[in-house]
Design a protein around this ligand. Structure first.
Ligand code: ADP
Length: 467
């Protein structure tokens, strides 16, 4: 049960709400109670003062006869719910309520704690059912010698007050649990409604596997948190889908590429072994097998290189070297092929250009570009390589006067296994991975590659690398 977010949310919510509610109710209760006490103290103190004035005037009228004055005051001041008592020293001289008899003045004085102007207020328990609030006022009666010894006590029973507080308590006793229950049910429904999209998302996510990666999670409002979660998850799915598609295409292309040389090798071997042949025929067959095996191992090397790059296992071996040397050496290596194909190869470099990067990878990049330029340039054409140093970057421009690349293919030319003319490219030993490796090498050095080409006029590949 506690493993459900809905239940946990509801419990937390109810707990916090309950604590707040109890705190608030207590606060209201205490404020109300204090306010009522203060009001009560004020009214009984006023009553005590009025009584004192009356008593003093009666004392004067009765020539200092306190008992008489008190008796007259009692008769005259019949206040509803208020009980009066007159003390002279310890002795009770007049009262309108039997409870006063048990209340000695020394006890009242010792209890009187809260001053309200000239009176002292407190609560006495043994007065009526619920006790009473009491105001005690010392009185001076000028006509009497023992003037300081008079006290007027006014008590208001707390029955009403206790009844009111009890009513408030009852409201809290029944109201609080009911409110809490209602809020818990409301909270649970709210949590269920809020988490419904999450449940829908997890159900849908459960259904998604490698076979239906194109499916997406439902999301209602893209701008709220859950909508954003669904969007982010869907973007992740799109990327995964894209990678899976690429992987599938790569595997299909790779097996196709591997099948051709393998079937040639098998065919040649089958034919050669089907009957006794002359030594030159065997040599010819083995020569073909050797060519195909070379192409095969080149293909496997390229695939491995790209697979390592994808997996992030092929780290750059960065070191400082002369880029101009690398370009010149690559051109020298390609010169043999160029001469064989009747193509002139020229190179212009910048002297002593120190570069920091992966020399082996960049050499491979150069050889791939040169190989392509020579392969796709007819005899009599030319290939030129320029190394240009700019302030913060260096450019390697490989141009040829070859067959060119159609505009619709320029965007796809760097894709793996993409070839414009598959038959021709294969005959030239190409697998369609050369430019994919070139692009990866350039990007691994934070550079960029640009292609401009015109059919029948030639192509120019410009590699820009930051220094
Ligand atoms: P390949 O191994 O087939 O050369 P690449 O990835 O190096 O594979 O090149 C992909 C395709 O791009 C080639 O098959 C070819 O059709 C085209 N291409 C590459 N370089 C050139 C070029 N300099 N001139 C014309 N076409 C080119």
């Amino acid at each position: 049960m506690f493993n459900s977010v809905r239940v946990r949310l509801t419990l937390w919510y109810t707990l916090v709400f309950g604590m707040l509610l109890i705190g608030f109710s207590l606060f209201i209760y205490i404020v109300l109670s204090n306010h009522r006490h203060a009001k009560l103290d004020h009214s009984i103190s006023n009553a005590a003062r009025t009584t004192a004035n009356f008593f003093q005037s009666k004392m004067e009228e009765n020539a200092g006869d306190a008992e008489r004055a008190a008796g007259e005051a009692l008769k005259a001041l019949q206040l509803p719910d208020l009980h009066l008592a007159f003390y002279k020293g310890e002795r009770l001289i007049a009262s309108d309520h039997p409870e006063w008899r048990g209340l000695a003045i020394s006890k009242l004085v010792s209890m009187a704690s809260r001053p309200e102007g000239d009176t002292f207020c407190n609560t006495v328990d043994r007065f009526g059912k619920e006790g009473a609030r009491l105001a005690l006022l010392p009185v001076k009666a000028a006509s009497d010698d023992d003037s300081d010894a008079y006290y007027i006590a006014v008590a208001e029973p707390l029955d009403d007050f206790a009844g009111q507080l009890e009513a408030i308590r009852q409201v809290f006793y029944f109201g609080l649990p009911a409110t809490l229950l209602a809020s818990a049910v409301g909270g649970f429904l709210l949590a269920r409604k809020s988490l419904a999209p999450v449940v829908a998302m997890s159900n849908q996510a459960e259904r998604i596997s490698a076979n239906n990666l194109h499916e997406r999670l439902p999301g209602s409002n893209e701008r709220d948190e859950l909508g954003r979660l669904a969007t982010v998850f869907n973007e992740l799915l799109s990327r995964l889908d894209h990678s899976f598609e690429n992987m599938r295409a790569f595997i299909a292309d790779a097996s196709h590429e591997l099948r051709t040389p393998l079937s040639i090798i098998r065919g040649e071997a089958d034919v050669a072994l089907s009957q006794d042949r002359k030594a030159c025929e065997y040599r010819e067959a083995l020569g073909i097998i050797q060519d195909e095996a070379r192409q095969l191992s080149r293909l496997v090397d390229d695939m491995l290189e790209l697979a390592r790059a994808d997996a992030g296992q092929r780290c750059l071996r960065a070191e400082e070297f002369y880029l101009n040397d690398l370009v010149e050496e690559s051109c020298r290596a390609a010169q043999v092929l160029a001469t064989q194909n009747g193509i002139s190869l020229s190179v212009m470099t910048h002297s002593d250009l120190i570069f920091r990067g992966d020399e082996g990878l960049l050499r491979r990049m150069m050889l791939n570009l040169l190989d392509n330029a020579i392969k796709f340039t007819p005899s009599g054409g030319s290939v030129s390589v320029n190394l240009i140093r700019e302030e913060t970057r260096v450019k390697i421009v490989v141009s040829d006067t070859g067959i060119g690349i159609p505009a619709e293919s320029t965007a796809r030319i760097f894709e793996r296994f993409y070839r414009i003319n598959k038959a021709r490219s294969r005959a030239d030993g190409g697998s369609g991975l050369g430019l994919a490796i070139v692009r990866w090498a350039v990007e691994a050095h934070n550079g960029s590659i640009n292609l401009t080409s015109q059919i029948g006029q030639g192509s120019t590949f410009t590699v820009t690398l930051p220094l």
